[in-house]
Design a protein around this ligand. Structure first.
Ligand code: ATP
Length: 237
């Protein structure tokens, strides 16, 4: 792990403000591929919690998805970059590819808090993930470190998941975002794409172009893309 690295790419070369961000909304996921459901929940949550930025955090090796491995990390990273496009308040970070595998969120938060001690981190997730949160490795410690921001999801009862999380994790802090539920998943999208069917804009064209290249089709992962910034001003002060 390179200590001096700033672990994100700029969504755009220019920053909108010189002010250092202090409240960061983290958005972890496999993003295989990322879709408009992800983008919408990230944008609405950003607005509703008053975050300074959203840091998208593709998992390098999620413990709960055996089929996802680090060999597709660069591909998934670039698809997230493409989904974010020119939104200056969003970035994608490769922090989980720099940390030991599998990618436990609690380890990631420990590393981020050590690197950015003055930043308040919030963590965005869907109601399906909230349902499993009590079983996450280090869930209690994680609850001390972040406030959760939850998007309701069709097929998952938010109230039940929230009650269970509160019972099992007494220190949990969470807010639910107010937005229409979006019934789209990467699983559904992958199935359509594998059968060469139209995904009707649920995955924007720049993301689709990278998807079609495949994990081997793009440039390999060498620790960062050309837009990776190293050793520049940290957002933590
Ligand atoms: P897959 O179908 O492959 O499991 P996914 O669509 O759930 O993928 P992930 O990358 O696993 O996408 O999701 C990242 C986070 O976004 C998770 O916390 C998940 O709950 C949430 N999420 C994804 N899609 C939605 C959606 N349509 N509504 C609410 N939350 C969502």
């Amino acid at each position: 792990m390179r200590d001096e690295a700033v672990w994100y790419t700029e969504a755009n070369d220019e920053r909108t403000s010189e002010a250092a961000p202090r409240r960061i909304l983290l958005f972890g996921g496999t993003f295989d591929p990322p879709h408009v459901g992800h983008l919408t929940m990230a944008q609405i949550a950003y607005e509703q919690v008053g975050a300074d930025e959203v840091w998208w955090m593709p998992a390098a090796k999620p413990p709960h998805k055996a089929e996802i491995d680090t060999d597709t990390f660069a591909w998934r990273f670039r698809m997230v970059e493409a989904l974010i496009g020119s939104r200056r308040h969003m970035r994608v970070t490769d922090v989980e590819n720099r940390l030991p595998k599998p990618s436990y969120t609690v380890d990631t938060l420990r590393a981020l808090i050590a690197r950015y001690p003055c930043v308040e981190f919030l963590f965005l997730l869907g109601a399906d993930s909230l349902q499993h949160l009590p079983e996450w490795h280090g869930a209690e410690e994680l609850c001390e470190m972040v406030r959760f921001v939850v998007a309701r999801r069709p097929g998952y009862d938010f109230d039940t998941a929230a009650a269970r999380a509160r019972a099992r994790l007494p220190h949990i802090r969470m807010d639910v975002i107010d937005m229409p539920m979006l019934d789209v998943s990467s699983t559904w999208v992958r199935d359509r794409l594998d059968r060469q069917l139209d995904v009707c804009g649920l995955v924007p064209d720049p993301v689709l172009a990278i998807w079609r290249q495949g994990p081997e089709g793009g440039r390999g992962w060498s620790g960062g893309t050309s837009s990776m910034i190293f050793g520049s001003a940290s957002p933590s002060h």
